[in-house]
Design a protein around this ligand. Structure first.
Ligand code: GUN
Ligand code: ZN
Length: 443
């Protein structure tokens, strides 16, 4: 009798068994890649129970329903930093961070006091992630608790892995976007009890950034973390030079920007810091020692003119900081992590480095999972993990098909690397043939 909750997916699979940044030259990065040209993934109740070559598994699973896919099957992408309330104001002209926040972001975020509007945008936002192959995301909301509720409700309906929390802001923003810290603390506690650990949802304590928090608010953030140690801390760090200058003036006893968060005990292995463009060696070293993660936001750092993140230094043997990729919409200009990878490549080029396709795809999959300490649940096709995956068409446009003629019928790892690199250079949501969340076709 065939177990009715079992199903199989057959095709060409690519995932990672190791960090390609940490393999030495002798021990080529190719050893971190697992490529099964004809593989079979066996899924039961949304989880992976077997993963191997078709020939090794087909006898045992001959009777179960099998979906066969053309293209490359990869783990679902992880977006390590994105703002759902900014979906509508993506591509706002002409400003850098602080002026951009004042002119475009804060007025847009005020609209989220209307729960119907918030739900409409939350729903659009999550579908847009899925359309782009992103199955897990770390998301900023607004100060309004209902804006958090609707996001979690919509994510739960889609069974996505989502980490989010109410945004803490109590100064240096318009009155309509400020919350009283003690009130926010109470609201956070309610939201945590309601959502943290429900299905695939997890909670992040989310001070917007040092500039919009008072000492009292950062103390309460730390108190929440002490009360619920498995929560995440999610915030921005060292994105823009004027932001850094203003932060230094607001926190004169802190020796640098990271030290503001250190002084309030907010830096640890469940802390996610977006940007980190201007960190110096001391900050990199402290990040490394703390186990905190960086959300690298390439399209955003370029769009706002924030600067060039030193990826190769962060990932060097000296620091080995956990790094994943964030779209950072709406400062980021695309929901597509393929586009984020393409811009990351160009940023590396400007620093005299080349970001290989395997390294880039690692950052958007297993690297992101490790950054979240969720690599036992997502990020690769290991047995026991949740079956989130994406089917990629490397030839979605005539230009891509022309480009890939050179590697047609070549199933070597070098050919796969070339096709993946083509995706990060030319790909977008047209490259996403299908997105699966916990074993089910999402859209
Ligand atoms: N720093 C504080 N808030 C924000 C935001 O909304 N976007 C970006 N990119 N940086 C920030
Ligand atoms: Zn951001």
């Amino acid at each position: 009798m065939v177990n009715p909750s079992l199903k199989a997916v057959r095709g060409a699979f690519v995932d990672f068994v190791d960090d390609p940044f940490s393999t030495s030259q002798l021990n080529s990065e190719l050893q971190s890649v697992r490529y099964l040209q004809d593989g079979l993934l066996i899924i039961e109740d949304g989880k992976i129970i077997e993963f191997d070559t078709y020939s090794n598994l087909s006898d045992r699973y001959a009777q179960i329903p099998t979906e066969v896919h053309e293209g490359l099957i990869l783990p679902g992408f992880i977006d390590l930093h994105v703002h759902y309330p900014q979906t509508e104001m993506i591509g706002a002209y002409g400003e850098q961070l602080l002026a951009w926040l004042d002119k475009y972001v804060f007025p847009t975020e005020s609209k989220f006091r209307d729960v119907d509007y918030a739900r409409q945008i939350a729903s659009f936002f999550l579908d847009e992630l899925l359309r782009n192959g992103t199955t897990s995301a770390v998301v900023l909301t607004t100060i309004f608790p209902a804006s958090v509720d609707v996001l979690f409700e919509e994510a739960q309906r889609r069974n996505m892995r989502l980490i989010a929390g109410q945004v803490l802001m109590s100064r240096n923003a318009p009155e309509y976007l400020l919350n009283e810290p003690q009130k926010a603390y109470a609201e956070n506690r309610e939201l945590i009890q309601k959502w943290h650990g429900q299905d695939r949802l997890l909670y992040a304590i989310t001070p917007r950034f040092a500039i919009t928090s008072t000492d009292a608010e950062l103390k309460l953030a730390a108190k929440l973390k002490e009360e619920y140690p498995d929560l995440y801390i999610h915030t921005h760090l060292s994105e823009n030079l004027k932001e850094i200058e203003f932060t230094a003036a607001l926190f004169p006893t802190s020796k640098d920007y990271l030290n503001v968060y250190e002084q309030f005990d907010l830096v640890g292995d469940r802390s996610i810091f977006a940007h980190c463009v201007h960190l110096d060696e001391s900050a990199f070293e402290r990040m490394s020692n703390s186990g905190a993660a960086i959300a690298y936001c390439p399209t955003s750092n370029l769009f706002l003119g924030s600067g060039l993140f030193k990826l190769h230094q962060a990932k060097s043997p000296e620091y080995q900081i956990k790094v994943g990729i964030g779209s950072d919409v709406g400062a980021g200009t695309s929901f597509s992590q393929l586009k984020s990878m393409g811009e990351a490549y160009k940023i590396s080029q400007l620093q005299g480095q080349s970001l290989s396709a395997f390294k880039a795809f690692y950052l958007a999959t297993l690297g992101g999972a490790k950054a979240l300490s969720l690599d036992d649940k997502i990020g690769s096709f290991d047995r026991g993990k949740e079956a989130d995956f994406v089917v990629l068409d490397v030839n979605a446009t005539p230009l891509q098909a022309l480009r890939n003629r050179a590697t047609k019928g070549d199933f070597s790892l070098e050919a796969i690397a070339s096709q993946l690199f083509g995706l990060m250079t030319l790909g977008d949501e047209r490259s996403i043939k299908a997105t699966y969340v916990a074993g089910k076709l999402a859209l």
